[in-house]
Design a protein around this ligand. Structure first.
Ligand SMILES: [Cu+2]
Length: 173
């Protein structure tokens, strides 16, 4: 009886852990990566094919000799103004964590690249069952994750679940 309770408890922990680490990594532009696109609307087409939620991560994969990633205001995005990005990510691949709901705007700051379509606008929404700590419509603060890619959280989750599962099996026995 006690074993069953412990098992149920551990399974609950597993479910809770799963639901709070469900993040998706999106490689911007898919296999094309982040560069001057073949057609000007490529990145808006790409964005329209995905639903971005708080906790997801954008991965910009680019040739860093000639490209970078700046997160900018809507005004700078619309005008391709590359002079005042909040942050510039210059090491590829660059991970950008989507920590809050709202609109995000990116462009390449290399002269002429934005006007040739190397720009991205996305809207990030709260997950359906997620926490609603930030009020709707609040602007997202810049929150880049620079530098080398670390192992994705999913791997850690898998390891943790395997660990808990082994414990659960041990209790049942
Ligand atoms: Cu560029």
């Amino acid at each position: 009886m006690a074993d069953a309770k412990i098992t149920a408890c551990l399974l609950g922990v597993v479910v809770a852990f799963l639901s709070c680490t469900e993040a998706t990594n999106y490689t911007v532009g898919g296999s094309e990566g982040w560069k001057i696109p073949s057609s000007a609307g490529s990145y808006s087409d790409w964005a329209s094919q995905h639903t971005f939620e708080v906790g997801d991560i954008l991965v910009f994969d680019f040739d860093s000799s000639d490209n970078d990633v700046g997160d900018v205001t809507k005004e700078d995005y619309d005008a391709c103004n590359t002079d005042s990005p909040f942050t510039v990510l210059s090491t590829s691949p660059a991970n950008y964590s989507l920590d809050t709901a709202g609109d995000y705007y990116f462009l390449c700051t290399t002269a002429g690249h934005c006007s040739q379509g190397q720009k991205l606008a996305i809207t990030v929404t709260e997950p359906p069952s997620g926490p609603t700590s930030s009020p709707p419509g609040s602007p997202p603060p810049p929150s880049p994750t620079t530098g080398a890619t670390t192992s994705p959280p999913k791997d850690i989750a898998d390891e943790f679940i395997a660990f808990l599962w082994n414990k659960t099996v041990a209790f049942v026995r």
